[in-house]
Design a protein around this ligand. Structure first.
Ligand code: HEM
Length: 172
């Protein structure tokens, strides 16, 4: 499915939800007392996974993000000139994208089970620097922006990615 179709579907669905919310507001007739309001809990917010549009939408972002990171000299994704160069064969890149999608889906509240290595093991010996990590995060942000992901969801995902820094960066 093309990216634009996935995102049109997401936008269509969210417009349905907001239309429903407006409808519900105009229909409500009985006044709600302050006591009743205080007693009813605030409706739970959808998970970040759902707000991002689920697995298909996340896979589309990962596709664009991987292309950006792989061609970004500031990231040096294939670790050329380091003790652990990575041979980015098409097969390995596919596995990477699959695992990255599972990883993001899992940490944002999706039902997916992450099947890859833990972050320390996956990056051990790659000598990833803070500057490289920052460049990768910027590529992810740029990919999210391309899909018009709202600022709040961008910030939440980048905050989750930030929690992996200590496991990935090997620099004092
Ligand atoms: C500059 C920063 C980074 C570089 C250069 C980098 C590089 C790589 C490379 C080359 C691999 C493939 C390893 C292999 O298949 O043996 C990999 C795997 C992976 N990375 Fe990163 N990474 C970076 C940051 C991150 C961040 C911030 C995350 C999490 C948000 C992440 C998540 C993953 C995942 C999920 C895998 C798959 C592990 C597996 O297949 O077992 N990486 N990374």
């Amino acid at each position: 499915m093309s990216r634009s179709i996935v995102f049109s579907a997401v936008i269509f669905l969210s417009s349905l939800f907001s239309a429903r919310a407006v409808f519900a507001e105009t229909e409500a007739s009985a006044p709600v007392s302050a006591q009743e309001q205080a007693a009813s809990p605030a409706p739970a917010e959808a998970s970040l996974y759902e707000r991002l549009g689920g697995e298909q939408a996340i896979a589309s972002v990962v596709e664009v993000f991987t292309a950006k990171a792989a061609s970004d000299p500031k990231v040096n994704f294939t670790r050329q000139g380091t003790p652990k160069p990575w041979n980015a064969t098409p097969e390995k890149v596919e596995v990477f994208k699959k695992h990255m999608t599972q990883f993001i889906a899992g940490v944002t509240g999706g039902p997916q089970v992450y099947e890859g290595k833990d972050m320390v093991t996956a990056h051990a010996g790659m000598k990833i620097t803070h500057a490289e990590f920052d460049a990768l995060a910027a590529d992810l942000k740029a990919a999210l922006q391309e899909f018009n992901v709202p600022q709040k969801e961008q910030d939440e995902l980048l905050a989750l990615v930030e929690t992996t820094r200590g496991a990935i960066v090997e620099e004092a």
